[in-house]
Ligand binder design. Sequence first.
Ligand code: FAD
Length: 195
Amino acid sequence: MLGIKVELIDKIGMHSSDTAMIFLEDVKVPASHIIGEEGMGFTYQMLQFQEERLWAGAAAVVPFYKIIRDTAEYCGQRKAFGQPVLSNQSVYFRLAELATEVELLRSLLHKATAQYCMGHNVTKMASMVKLKAGRLAREIPDACLQYWGGMGFTSDVLVSRFYRDFRILSIGGGADEVMLSIIAKEMNILPSKKK
Ligand SMILES: Cc1cc2nc3c(=O)[nH]c(=O)nc-3n(C[C@H](O)[C@H](O)[C@H](O)COP(=O)(O)OP(=O)(O)OC[C@H]3O[C@@H](n4cnc5c(N)ncnc54)[C@H](O)[C@@H]3O)c2cc1C
């Protein structure tokens, strides 16, 4: 059949955002519908990545704090072996450590955003923001889910949703390894490829 065909893809998370394969067969797009100049799509995509990567960090900070706060609250109420789970030093130390990491991410995000707003090239810092957000997007839900015990493995609690949904942050918008390559390039330490 000619035209546009959409095939939805089942994912482990982000269920409120459809992902699909889109097939275009003999589809004609009027010239008036072209966004920008023809042949410039890749360049536009590269240019918008600074903003997208800053957004990735900005979109993660509040949920990160929420997961940590909710976990502290739950662990303060939940008793195991006669005392709140939160009274274990290993638990409150870990939550304090994670909150510190989020605060560092927030500081870098503010610095990079301020410089971007002043018109500076923030490729390196935006990539660092994205990398760190992706790393914490895996670390925080995983660490926190553990303290929810069996409840954490159910779909009844928000932490399990974050565990699934946030996994994409290390992949989408450029994978962690791509961020590391960009940062290394900006540091002038990326080995040149042999021809
Ligand atoms: C739910 C979802 C939503 C998405 N939304 C968007 C969107 O809105 N806009 C958009 O443009 N894209 C979107 N994407 C695509 C996303 O940006 C890509 O999946 C991502 O950039 C990784 O590309 P890839 O899947 O082709 O993986 P590949 O390029 O096949 O890479 C696979 C893995 O190989 C490793 N790797 C890749 N390159 C290197 C390297 N140079 N050095 C070392 N290791 C490397 C990484 O671990 C990487 O995860 C989305 C993807 C998903 C799953």
